[in-house]
Design a protein around this ligand. Structure first.
Ligand code: GLY
Length: 394
């Protein structure tokens, strides 16, 4: 009897303390949300430095952080998050950690087996350059651009994306590849070598010509014939079906073409970004809080997961698109996404000791992996959106 009453007393105390934690957590006043974000940032410093263990996602099922070496396409986001948290908070300790994580990625400048060079090198070293003028970082960006250029096929006018599925695809190009062009444009600015700029423009032109549907959504994968240079197939790899509008694919297209406009000032790229952005933000299935379902065409909407990463990639791009167009709808979308994410539906609890900020990103349906989890790139573009909104107000 004594034992049972004692247990109830203990449970009672535990419940009171968990309630008060919950109460703090559901208090959405600005100061409380800012404190919660600060607490999440601190968790990044608790995470051990290890060149083979870039934090990529958190599995709720396994209660484990999925860790990857620098060759994984997501490594640059993790290093980039430290740089961006430094830029947001001004705390030197994040800059010091950012430098260390970034240094682990240097060897990727020679890795020609992937098109994900922009994600890896530009999100890490590129952010470092925003913080300090560093010749070593510039040299690494130029070397990476040279390596990436070896995947360019002038006959097709595109950079090859993937090397797997060779029995199925001759020359696959995915819409995500638009995100590598920033690295090429910057490499030309640094080195004066126009080759990189020209490859980026050609890749953007080929994508513009072939990758979009009449409703301004994009296919995920285009396969090109290496002899004729023509499109052999338009399919999906991560969407629900070949003709569906995979949400993150739309996001990469909007973000990619907005940045191509930044470097070229050619209106055709701006128009592409605008039309695909309008498809995204005006879509009939987009929920009120602005966070899309992971595929706009999924037959099971609303009974499928959202994708926070698609929302943050677009939110970040639309702060920039707003600056080029003065269209308030774009800024309103970015602000709405930030407002929605700054709630306890999406921000992880203060107590969870993992180096992530937001829950509910959707990784890869083809692998049935990282479905509805904290994922590093959801955080990366969230932080980039916060920085862009802050700089807009300056
Ligand atoms: N390939 C990048 C992505 O999964 O969005």
């Amino acid at each position: 009897m004594f034992r049972v009453s004692f247990l109830f007393i203990i449970l009672g105390f535990a419940c009171i303390s968990c309630k008060s934690e919950d109460k703090k957590y559901t208090d959405t006043s600005k100061s409380n949300i800012d404190a919660l974000l600060e607490a999440r940032y601190e968790k990044f410093l608790d995470y051990n430095l290890d060149s083979l263990a870039f934090a990529r996602s958190y599995s709720w099922g396994e209660k484990a952080i999925h860790k990857r070496p620098s060759k994984d396409w997501t490594s640059g986001f993790f290093a980039g998050n430290f740089w961006q948290i430094y830029m947001l908070t001004g705390k030197e300790v994040f800059k010091e950690r950012a430098k260390l994580w970034t240094a682990f990625i240097e060897k990727e400048k020679l890795n020609s087996g992937t098109h994900d060079m922009g994600f890896k090198v530009f999100c890490s070293f590129g952010n470092g350059l925003k913080v300090e003028d560093n010749q070593e970082y510039k040299d690494i960006i130029v070397k990476s651009a040279q390596t990436l250029s070896t995947r360019y096929n002038p006959h097709i006018g595109s950079i090859r994306s993937w090397d797997f599925n060779r029995d199925k695809w001759q020359f696959p190009v995915i819409i995500d590849n638009m995100m590598n062009l920033e690295l090429l444009f910057e490499a030309t600015k640094i080195s004066g070598d126009s080759t990189f700029h020209n490859i980026a423009v050609n890749h953007a032109n080929t994508t513009l010509k072939n990758h979009f549907r009449e409703d301004h959504s994009t296919w995920h994968v285009l396969d090109y014939d290496t002899i004729s240079g023509q499109v052999r197939a338009r399919v999906t790899h991560q969407g629900i079906s070949d003709d569906s509008a995979w949400a993150r694919g739309q996001a990469w297209a909007i973000n990619g073409f907005t940045s191509v406009y930044r470097y070229t000032k050619d209106k055709k790229y701006l128009n592409r970004a605008i039309k695909t952005a309008n498809f995204f933000i005006n879509h009939s299935t987009l929920p009120e809080d602005g966070i899309p379902y992971w595929d706009f065409s999924h037959p099971n909407i609303p009974d499928i997961s959202r994708d926070v990463s698609a929302a943050t990639i677009v939110a970040s791009a639309l702060v920039e698109l707003y600056q080029y167009t003065q269209n308030e709808a774009y800024l309103n979308y970015s602000k709405k996404v930030v407002q929605s994410l700054k709630t306890n539906t999406y921000i992880l609890p203060k107590t969870l000791k993992i180096p992530f900020i937001l829950d509910h990103s959707f990784g890869d349906w083809s692998k049935r992996a990282e479905m509805d989890e904290p994922i590093v790139y959801g955080d990366y573009y969230f932080l980039q959106t916060l920085l862009r909104l802050r700089d807009l107000n300056k």
